[in-house]
Design a protein around this ligand. Structure first.
Ligand code: NAI
Length: 332
């Protein structure tokens, strides 16, 4: 029997992970707090820890994990910017992730945010509930014939770009590692970063967070976007410089923003803070704009994704005990 400590769990995590029973060979130890250097000692007795996007698996945390005998960090997400991979390697701790748990789910959600933001469905929903049936201020635009720029063309872009092509939008893409065959097949045009920014009515981010992509969208690059363009970010919050975003919304440079991720989401997103004062001034400011739509890192949250996350994590933890190799393409 192998034991795995699962951090930052919510009821839906526990429900899906609990579908694998102890008799299958893994005992899950659920924690509702995050894994940090301060909490890492709670993993004592576990051979693996399972973490999510906002656990802070830095050098200090890894040192504690190594000391108590943890051999595997199983990320139950695709992005891995919150783990110090070099330090994990030095300490002999393996790191795995779930590379493609719901590319469709995230892509569908990104398009859902775009439709909601553009057609102001979030505002209409609130109005009608208050018996305000006025349409004033709810004018959107057709996606057909507009240009949508996709930055980062990995697994998620495929579905996102294909859905958008279904709307008869012109789809531009930028990626340092393009896939031209796929683009040609689906009528997507690769172009340079600046051309994409300058020509797109909508820009959607689908690239990972890495040191070189922090604040990819900053005052300067947002300034190169088409006046009044919409920006959709379902990737990682730190790809966008929030201060510059607020300025661009105030000046009208951006016509609207939909965020499923936020630069300083750690400790805020995934939690019910409805009874508390929100101390993050930039998030508070963003929430005042009628043309800003924010959700709390929800794009992945489908039944299919939770099943796949559980399947891959369970299998990799089990393989740790049997000494086998981890599932293909999951080891970092
Ligand atoms: P992927 O790894 O399949 O593709 C990422 C693509 O970005 C690659 O083609 C890569 O070449 C490209 N890229 C790297 N640096 C770039 C740059 N500077 N400019 C443009 N493109 C660049 O990743 P996938 O599965 O498509 O996911 C993308 C991101 O979405 C993840 O890294 C993760 O941060 C985020 N995500 C968010 C979720 C949510 O619930 N909001 C759920 C799942 C993923």
């Amino acid at each position: 029997m192998i034991e795995a400590a699962v951090y930052d769990t919510k009821p839906y995590d526990r429900e899906y992970f609990s579908r694998t029973s102890v008799s299958d060979g893994v005992r899950w130890r659920f924690h509702d707090f995050r894994l940090t250097a301060e909490t890492a000692a709670t993993s004592k007795g576990a051979a693996a820890v399972c973490v999510f996007v906002n656990d802070a698996v830095d050098q200090a945390c890894l040192e504690v994990l190594a000391k108590v005998g943890v051999k595997l960090i199983a990320l139950r997400c695709a992005g891995y910017n919150n783990v110090d991979l070099a330090a994990a390697k030095d300490l002999g701790i393996a790191v795995t992730r779930v590379p493609a748990y719901s590319p469709n789910g995230v892509a569908e959600y990104a398009v859902g945010l775009l439709l909601t933001l553009n057609r102001k469905i979030h505002r209409a929903y609130n109005r009608v509930r208050e018996h305000n049936f006025s349409l004033t201020g709810l004018v959107g635009f057709n996606l057909a014939g507009k240009t949508v720029g996709i930055i980062g063309t990995g697994k998620i872009r495929k579905t996102a770009a294909q859905i958008l092509r279904g709307f008869d939008a012109r789809v531009l893409a930028y990626d340092p590692f393009p896939t031209p065959d796929w683009a040609a097949q689906h009528g997507v045009t690769y172009t340079g970063f600046n051309v994409l920014l300058g020509e797109s009515d909508v820009v959607s981010l689908h690239l990972p967070l890495a040191p070189e992509t922090v604040h990819l969208l900053n005052g300067e690059s947002i300034g190169r976007m088409k006046q009044g363009a919409l920006l959709i970010n379902t990737s990682r919050g730190k790809l966008v410089e929030t201060t510059a975003l607020i300025e661009a919304l105030k000046s009208g440079q951006l016509g609207g923003v939909a965020l499923d991720v936020y630069e300083e989401e750690e400790g805020i997103f995934f939690e019910d803070r409805s009874g508390q004062v929100l101390l993050d001034d930039e998030l508070s400011r963003l929430l005042t704009f009628p043309n800003v739509l924010i959700t709390a890192h929800q794009a992945f949250l489908t039944q299919e994704a939770l099943l796949e996350i559980t399947r891959v994590t369970f299998e990799n933890v089990l393989r740790l005990e049997t000494g086998g190799t981890f599932l293909a393409a999951t080891r970092l």
